[in-house]
Design a protein around this ligand. Structure first.
Ligand code: ASP
Length: 236
């Protein structure tokens, strides 16, 4: 879904545990797979984060095709929202579409990525947690990896993914660390209990965990042979 001016803008970031490398793009338009642009930033530049027109120019220069990302269904939804026709619209709860992926390879190295169009009907120019290292995604190859989805402002204000990784460094298991970071978020920002939020983590040994306050969150775990789908029990 687009922002309040009807433009789809994307945020994404990627991290490679080997070398603690990262690339990220924010407020990027017209490119279907922002995560690939983030990877290009990581692999081919000396920078970490490109934003807005500069990120688009970089994508163009690297041969990414441009396209209008607003689908007919999304345009319809935006028009309805603009006309105020939908009494159930709740900007905090609609359309969390972030995909966050954490990986551990056979050699024990971690990688992670997260990609999103962010909150629907956000203010034009708004950047969420997803392209910000430590907020939407963070990993430390010696410890583990973590990622967040949900209302990005809450994740940004508490650097939730960084917090999860640091809790794992202190010895917590991934699910414990996610829960503790979630509790930290709620302690600092009490309203964090209500809007949708979810944290996921994997540690160096391959143990995974998550914490969420919503029953809508789906978590997939794959071990190379099978994929397991879980709907975690929301914490209060
Ligand atoms: N975290 C995203 C953002 O705030 C939204 C989502 O999870 O879908 O931009």
């Amino acid at each position: 879904l687009p922002d309040e001016s009807g433009v789809v803008t994307l945020d994404a970031c990627i991290m490679d545990g080997v070398g603690h490398r990262a690339g990220s793009v924010a407020f990027l338009r017209n490119i279907r797979n922002p995560i690939s642009v983030a990877r290009k930033v990581m692999d081919t530049t000396r920078h970490v984060l490109l934003a807005g027109d500069g990120a688009l120019q970089f994508a163009r220069q690297n041969g990414f095709p441009e396209q209008d990302l607003l689908t007919d269904a999304a345009r319809q939804r935006w028009l309805e929202w603009k006309r105020g026709l939908n009494p159930n619209d709740n900007l905090l709860d609609q359309s969390h579409d972030t995909v966050t992926m954490l990986c551990l390879d056979r050699a024990g190295n971690l990688a992670g990525a997260c990609s999103t169009s962010g909150l629907a009907m956000k203010i034009h120019g708004r950047v969420g947690d997803s392209p910000i290292l430590g907020a939407g995604l963070y990993l430390d190859n010696q410890v583990g990896a973590a990622g967040a989805t949900g209302v990005g402002e809450l994740v940004l204000r508490t650097l939730a993914s960084f917090t999860v990784v640091e809790f794992m460094r202190q010895g917590m298991r991934p699910s414990e660390a996610c829960r503790a970071a979630f509790e930290r978020m709620c302690e600092k920002i009490p309203e964090a209990r209500h809007p949708q939020e979810a944290l996921i983590a994997i540690d160096k040994r391959g143990e995974v965990g998550c914490a969420t306050n919503t029953g809508d969150f789906t978590f997939y775990y794959g071990d190379g042979e099978r994929v397991q789908r879980t709907k975690p029990t929301p914490i209060a």
